[in-house]
Design a protein around this ligand. Sequence first.
Ligand SMILES: NC(=O)c1ccc[n+]([C@@H]2O[C@H](COP(=O)([O-])OP(=O)(O)OC[C@H]3O[C@@H](n4cnc5c(N)ncnc54)[C@H](O)[C@@H]3O)[C@@H](O)[C@H]2O)c1
Length: 247
Amino acid sequence: MPANYPDLEGRTVFITGGAAGIGAAMVRGFAGQGARVAFVDIDEAAGTALAEETGAAFTPCDIRDVDRLEEIIAATGARFGPVRVLVNNAANDQRHDVEEVTPDYWRERLSINLDHVFFAARAARRQMGPEGGGAIINYGSTNWLVGGTGMIAYQAAKSAIHGITKGLCNEFGPDNIRVNCILPGWVMTERQLALWMDEDGARWLSERQALPGRISPENVADMALFLASDAAAMCSGQFFTVDGGMI
Ligand SMILES: NC(=O)c1ccc[n+]([C@@H]2O[C@H](COP(=O)([O-])OP(=O)(O)OC[C@H]3O[C@@H](n4cnc5c(N)ncnc54)[C@H](O)[C@@H]3O)[C@@H](O)[C@H]2O)c1
């Protein structure tokens, strides 16, 4: 049962990659607080179904097209009122062998996992600034801190998001815009369960995670609700880990 944050009621919240996994838990979580939730995703079927379920506004978008993403953020503000919370959540953790990475593949991985974070933050700032402030929540990862392999481009992007969080905290702070980063541990989303969680994975996790349970998407969404709310009013430029006690 998530905490109740009355200040989130009626607030316009924009989430990237909201159709599945942690993003979908956040769409449900913010909608449950009475926020006006808008989200984008490349998965049109899942996005449409979640919009019907929650009443959130869904726009199909490939976030690699940052011009389109900026347009949608502007249109969201015009339709629902200025975006006051932005969650930069969309990512793709496709595995790749170091020796097989080409320059084009490298750029493509960064465009899925990194570039949009900056452009969406800048677009949201234009709406948050005149409103007296807002909250931007980026998604980093513990993966590059716990010795993960097979996704060097993803790790490069995720570690850069930690740097962007610090930089934008300083850039946007004077406008009372808070910029924070959530570092999930290994979260049991549909994708992780389908692709990567097996007996070896369960053993790996049990050896490293201090707590015996498994992290749900809702566990992470709860942190996002806190960071978006006025309860986190003086938190900015920080990293909030939800990993069951691993790093
Ligand atoms: N699940 C984990 O264990 C874990 C661990 C560390 C960090 N994270 C981070 O948490 C965030 C959410 O992860 P998740 O596990 O819920 O991911 P997920 O793969 O379950 O969901 C990601 C969503 O983003 C969408 N998406 C992917 N590429 C897109 C594109 N080009 N344009 C628009 N939408 C696109 C997908 O369709 C999907 O709905 C990500 O930033 C991820 O890096 C997750």
